[in-house]
Ligand binder design. Structure first.
Ligand code: ACO
Length: 421
């Protein structure tokens, strides 16, 4: 069959651009040969209309609110699978069988200890440092302690490298929290699975032993699965871009952590809670904040609302909202912030401004309320997001290293001063 093309007519010259089609029917114009044919580039600031790569990892239909990892809808994954199986799925393209799952679990356990010298780093960060800044720095420092992970070593030992990054990140996150509250760190245990181990490192103390609650483990697995990947979002694009220069994997991941920390991206989950608390303190006047979000002269936005890709309800937010309600009931938690969040959502979804712009709750709108009920402090919310996103970043890095040989290097349209001579 002949390849479909689109015609571009410019200056009387006709150029044929090939059309490419994804497995879910998405069509795109391949403009990679455009400059050679015409001398022109395309311009698309912030990549609102640019597919930067081919990928087999995650599929999103932003109009219908569909999200699948490796062809499996997230609704199915949160019902049937644990986070580490989902991580394996993202990394390998298929869910693990029992044997593969056990091997991966063992690798996570074996690689969960942090190099003892790195533990001392925590003493040197200023008290009150944001944990995301600490995590980014620690992650970058990995390349000085552990063997370099390049494309060759990763192909041979993807599981070990992924397990080391995921497992030590989890340990470091809990250590950062313990240091911030002045308590001794709790080491990982060989007898606890991934999520339970994290909760134990966070909440166990010499004077208050922690008993793992299966309800908390279940909801944590769900949250981590829902955040595990989201195709070419800002932080994943950072990972692919930095990785394309053949930077080692640890530093590449730290670029992803930096990107995720911003309030327009992963940092929104903390910003949502700060906003909800402000509204409660302000007497619960939801309308006032809806009006402020609509006012173009204020730079206030309804945090946890809107998305570049979803023009309908974010499927992750739908699941989280339901789990949030169930979890708070199961834990007998009565959080006034949930009531305000529900009112805010209802008011926004009835308001013309939000309807016209297709602004719906995103993944960050309800997740913080669950984290609060779990006892996770607000400044750790984005760290939780990063912990979940690690397998996604590594999967994209692996895919990029295996398929892209060129460094990422966009062009620009120069609009600055013209040299006099
Ligand atoms: N509150 C009020 N208005 C909004 C909001 C919001 N949360 N989000 C978008 N808008 C408005 C914009 O002002 C714009 O209005 P205009 O057409 O009159 O200029 C219109 O809706 C389109 O929004 P853009 O900013 O062009 O959308 P973009 O795709 O660039 O940004 C983003 C998406 C960053 C998520 C944005 O919706 C936002 O800032 N939301 C709040 C922060 C947030 O929740 N971030 C988490 C996103 S999910 C994630 O990263 C995990």
């Amino acid at each position: 069959m002949d390849q479909e093309t689109a015609k571009l007519i410019f200056n009387g010259k006709e150029i044929e651009l090939p059309l490419v089609c994804g497995t879910m029917g998405e069509k795109a114009l391949d403009i990679s040969g455009l400059r050679k044919a015409t001398g022109m580039v395309t311009i698309d600031p912030s990549f609102v209309n640019t597919a930067a790569c081919y990928s087999k990892i995650t599929y999103i239909d932003g109009e219908k609110g569909i999200l699948c990892y490796r062809g499996i809808p997230i609704e199915e994954l949160v019902e049937k699978n644990r986070f580490i199986e989902t991580a394996y799925l993202l990394l390998h393209g298929k869910l693990p069988n029992a044997g593969q799952s056990e091997i991966f679990s063992n690798l996570l356990t074996e690689n969960s200890l942090l190099h003892e010298d790195m533990r001392h780093f925590f003493d040197r960060f200023p008290r009150g440092s944001h944990p995301m800044s600490i995590m980014g720095t620690m992650q970058n420092a990995f390349s000085t302690f552990y063997p370099n992970v390049d494309s060759l070593s990763l192909r041979e030992a993807i599981d070990i490298s992924a397990a080391r990054i995921m497992s030590t990140f989890r340990t470091m996150a809990a250590f950062a929290y313990k240091r911030s509250i002045g308590e001794p760190v709790v080491y990982p245990r060989h007898d606890l699975p991934f999520c339970a181990n994290f909760l134990n490192m966070m909440f166990d103390s010499p004077v208050r032993p922690y008993k793992v609650n299966p309800e908390v483990v279940r909801v944590l697995n769900c949250l981590l699965i829902l955040h595990a990947d989201h195709e070419q979002n800002c932080s994943t694009t950072a990972v692919r871009t930095v990785g394309s220069a053949q930077v080692n994997l640890y530093s590449t991941i730290s670029a992803g952590i930096a990107a995720l920390s911003g309030p327009l991206h992963g940092g929104a989950n903390q910003a949502v809670i700060e906003m909800l608390r402000r509204i409660v303190r302000d007497g619960g006047n939801v309308k006032k904040y809806i009006d402020r979000a609509k006012d173009k002269s204020s730079n206030f936005k309804l945090m946890g609302f809107g998305h570049r890709v979803y023009k309908t309800y974010d499927p992750r937010a739908r699941i989280i909202k339901k789990r949030c309600d169930d979890f708070l009931q199961a834990m007998s938690v009565d959080d006034p912030l949930l009531e305000v969040a529900l009112q805010l959502e209802e008011a926004a979804l009835r308001d013309g401004y939000f309807i016209e712009r297709n602004l719906y709750p995103n993944v960050d709108f309800y997740s913080g309320i669950i984290y609060r009920a779990m006892g996770i402090p607000e400044n750790m919310f984005t760290v939780m997001f990063a912990l979940a996103r690690l397998p996604g970043w590594i999967a994209h890095w692996k895919e990029m290293i295996g398929s892209q040989t060129k460094i990422t290097r966009p062009r620009q349209i120069y609009i600055g001063k013209v040299p006099k001579k």
